[in-house]
Design a protein around this ligand. Sequence first.
Ligand SMILES: CC(C)(COP(=O)(O)OP(=O)(O)OC[C@H]1O[C@@H](n2cnc3c(N)ncnc32)[C@H](O)[C@@H]1OP(=O)(O)O)[C@@H](O)C(=O)NCCC(=O)NCCS
Length: 326
Amino acid sequence: MPNAAIQSIAMSVAERVMTNEEFEKIVETSDEWIQTRTGIKERRVAEPGQSSSYFGAIAAADALKRAGVNPEDVDMVICATVTGDHLFPGTACLIQERIGAKNAGAFDVGAACAGFIYAAEVASSMIRNGTIRNAVVVGVDTLTHFVDWSDRSTCVLFGDGGGAAYMEATEEDRGIVATVMLSDGSGAKHIKIEKGGSLYPPSRPQSEGKCSTLYMAGKEVFRFAVRAMADSCHKVLEKAGLTADDVTLFCPHQANLRIITAAAEHLGLPMERVFVNVQKYGNMGAGSIPVALYEAEAEGALKKGDLVMTVGFGAGLVWGANLIRW
Ligand SMILES: CC(C)(COP(=O)(O)OP(=O)(O)OC[C@H]1O[C@@H](n2cnc3c(N)ncnc32)[C@H](O)[C@@H]1OP(=O)(O)O)[C@@H](O)C(=O)NCCC(=O)NCCS
């Protein structure tokens, strides 16, 4: 069986930078509160019309260019997102069309902020079993289109953008070494956008009074996130027969610096081996892990042959981790 290596990675985030100070003008908050509780200093905010496929397609095209691959040679486009352009068609199809991947299949993966973990494993499994030769795996979200800008407990947390990885079959000792994917639907109530799906469709009587913006029970999610990070990291290391000492770089979902440091402490990983960019982007949903991987590589923190552990958690509830030989 071949391995499925990540041959290139790229990112695309919204251009507009929104600082904590700007929030002081729209809700009762302060730069100090936001930084101490979350580690976030600024985030990127998409303009109206800049949807998830917009950033996803830019990143996907760039990933292919970096790998020197013709879009027509791509077998599959997978997009991890929970903020797709529409309920349907799938955002992966819109990306497939924009990048000119004429001969590819395309579908979305909805696993919230763990979406890239799930999508990368799906692509890897399909490549390894021979169903496809290669895939473009996108993780992208534009959550600011869905926040309630008057709710200070959520609007300060999110940002827009994502990244894309080009994965292909290789005989080299690279690619996903082990993955764990977990869920607990009993926690579905803790992060959600209630209205807009088939239970509460827009403009239907049963949807009256239901919320079409993002709701999050912050404290419950915080507790879950700390547990989920530790749980998935332990399980994926155990599955691979490795320990945290073998990990070159820990590249977690970037939601909150306190959650990241708690996980690193729990694993006994010094912060020098933990990649953090939440201060610049806030929580970009499924986009945060590929953007972190891109920046880690660009900064020289992640090199070919390194062992990187990615971990994500989010609405569902879902969580999971990939161990990747870069
Ligand atoms: C949202 C979060 C930062 C809040 O931090 P916290 O320390 O738990 O804060 P609390 O919810 O206890 O709120 C403390 C107080 O700060 C207030 N507060 C909330 N947001 C605020 C803001 N932006 N500015 C100032 N005060 C704020 C609350 O209203 C509360 O006030 P009260 O005590 O008068 O009711 C934190 O719960 C969190 O990060 N949760 C996980 C979020 C996450 O990772 N989500 C993504 C999953 S993919």
